[in-house]
Design a protein around this ligand. Structure first.
Ligand SMILES: [Zn+2]
Length: 162
């Protein structure tokens, strides 16, 4: 559980879980993310879109590229990325290169790795690392146990276990 968590943070995280559910229901892996401006405006949201075969189509990567094309460096630094699951190294790197601000995640990469191992899912080709291993200056918060449990249920459903 993280410090300085607000009701707004939890509301945005719940939206991420909804987006992850939408991904699952459209046959994709359950991950969802929201990009929020300093004033609380939701700028963009997305969910995982890897079912077509392009495994770089993670929502955090899409939001980083969205921000790079539309926001000033100051706006990016002041924005927050909310996500149902902690960034993978690719998305953490994109976040760092684009200069986005705080990251708030519902469930951690470590939790996900544990859940997938439990389900007997083969390890992915890219190692899971904490965001700060990739972006040392990142400001991160998470995981949040109640929401993480919901995310766990989505992953179990995706792998046919719930
Ligand atoms: Zn990713």
């Amino acid at each position: 559980m993280a410090d300085n968590t607000t009701e707004d943070d939890l509301r945005h995280l719940r939206r991420c879980v909804e987006l992850a559910t939408e991904a699952l229901e459209s046959g994709d892996e359950p991950f969802g993310s929201v990009l929020v401006a300093a004033d609380g405006t939701v700028l963009a949201e997305d969910h995982n879109r890897v079912a077509g075969g392009d495994h770089t189509r993670h929502p955090e990567f899409a939001l980083a590229r969205w921000a790079a094309g539309r926001l000033t460096p100051a706006e990016r630094a002041a924005a927050t990325v909310y996500t149902s699951g902690e960034h993978c190294p690719m998305c953490a790197a994109a976040h760092g290169w684009v200069g986005l601000g705080r990251i708030v995640y519902a469930s951690s990469s470590e939790q996900l790795a544990g859940w997938l191992a439990e389900l007997g899912v083969p390890a992915p080709p890219v190692r899971a690392l904490p965001i700060r291993e990739v972006v040392p200056g990142a400001v991160v918060a998470g995981p949040y146990p109640v929401l993480a449990e919901e995310v766990r249920t989505l992953h179990r459903r995706f792998h046919g276990a719930a």
